[in-house]
Design a protein around this ligand. Structure first.
Ligand SMILES: Nc1ncnc2c1ncn2[C@@H]1O[C@H](COP(=O)(O)OP(=O)(O)OP(=O)(O)O)[C@@H](O)[C@H]1O
Ligand SMILES: Nc1ncnc2c1ncn2[C@@H]1O[C@H](COP(=O)(O)OP(=O)(O)OP(=O)(O)O)[C@@H](O)[C@H]1O
Lengths: 216, 216
């Protein structure tokens, strides 16, 4: 089973570490801040206080035996780059690193990071789309042209079937699921009704979605 | 047209502000740090240097005339709470605030925040699921039991139709779209083939997805 080492246990790093542990995987967490380490001892396999830029410390912790490394150090860009380099040098198969900006990301890729993530930036995009049309509860980019959105059913859609609403023909949107309270109706049929309070999960082109956003 | 004020232009706040502006909305950005303000003057309608906890300053900037407020101040929890309170007192219809932890979120809701977001935590969950099965490119929770995942097509699925693969019957998963290079095939039919390099966007129960994650 894959083993994960998470270096930098801030808001993002600790969320990755805890989720992996909950899914049943072994997780070693490392942070330079003793208080943060103490707060995580019961939520991951091992939590260790250490300065991850010290290569001998990482070797002593057996970090080279891990399959996947996550470097989620924020403000200290130099430390983030150095730790990523050390992990790749030690031979970890897959290293993911969090970046502060595009330049930081470029350097991380150059020194061997397998993937670079921008947690705050990506969430900012999703929240902005959500604010533009309050009926749009979530917005997930699939590709430059397509997205998935969760739309609160409009009053004019209540008690109508998908066939009557002609979502595909009129709005260019494909309804993939309907969330009704705690239930989810997956791949609804043309004769399924929309009820008040329903949330439609639709996929479509961004230009069709933006047209609907303006209309809502 | 809705007008937005974003207070705290860190990684998350600036992403929200820039995205709203790109979508064609008026955006006022406020930050206590002059350098950050300067870096955004060309990307949003107005960028102003100010301490947002000073009520008179916010009044002088006409913040009460905005429809939606976003408070994305991080480390200074007291400032985040104070600014959220001031915005609601001024009568803004909808205020979203970013929280550092559950306690902070509880206080924000108590003083009137309409929505509280945890950008780092939510992205941590998505990245963790992605790491568990490297074929899972994205993981979006729809409800406690259902999720949308993007799965890199497995070699055993190449050149087979969806009917042959029986995704629904065998894995309990509904294929909503197929990403092939820059194209997206929405609501694929039973006779559509899977090709090498395809990414399937599927919706299903978390227990079925986790079964597939272990199998990949
Ligand atoms: N050299 C290091 N070795 C180990 N941990 C480190 C090192 N440098 C920083 N850290 C830890 O990395 C964590 C994340 O860093 P920081 O708080 O700067 O980033 P952040 O982007 O604000 O984090 P987040 O948004 O995830 O909360 C902190 O808990 C910090 O103690
Ligand atoms: N009183 C205030 N008035 C206006 N801006 C403020 C105030 N206090 C803090 N800020 C600004 O809020 C922004 C975000 O705060 P901070 O960097 O502490 O949070 P963060 O959670 O690390 O941000 P992010 O993760 O979005 O980068 C900073 O740019 C900071 O200058």
């Amino acid at each position: 089973m894959k083993q994960f080492v998470v270096i930098g246990l801030g808001r993002f790093g600790s969320s990755v570490a805890k989720t992996l542990y909950k899914l049943g995987y072994d997780v070693l967490g490392i942070d330079i801040n003793e208080e943060i380490v103490q707060s995580l001892v019961d939520s991951i396999t091992h939590a260790v206080q250490a300065d991850a830029t010290d290569e001998n410390t990482l070797k002593a912790l057996g970090v080279r035996n891990f399959d996947v490394g996550i470097v989620s150090i924020g403000d200290d860009i130099q430390a983030s780059i150095l730790v990523t380099l050390i992990l790749k040098d030690m031979g970890l198969k897959y290293v993911v690193a969090k970046a502060q900006n595009d330049l930081h990301a470029k350097v991380l890729y150059k020194i061997g990071a397998d993937r670079v993530v921008f947690p705050e930036r990506d969430m900012g995009i999703r929240v902005a789309h959500n604010l533009v049309a309050s009926n749009i509860l979530d917005y997930i980019e699939l590709s430059p042209d397509f997205s998935i959105v969760e739309i609160q059913a409009l009053p004019e859609w209540y008690d109508k079937t998908l066939r009557e609403l002609q979502m595909r023909v009129k709005h260019g949107l494909n309804v993939m699921a309907i969330k009704r309270n705690e239930d989810v109706i997956v791949s609804p049929g043309a004769e399924d009704f929309i009820k008040k309070g329903d949330i439609l999960v639709v996929v479509g082109q961004n230009k069709d979605i933006e047209k609907l956003e303006k209309h809502i």
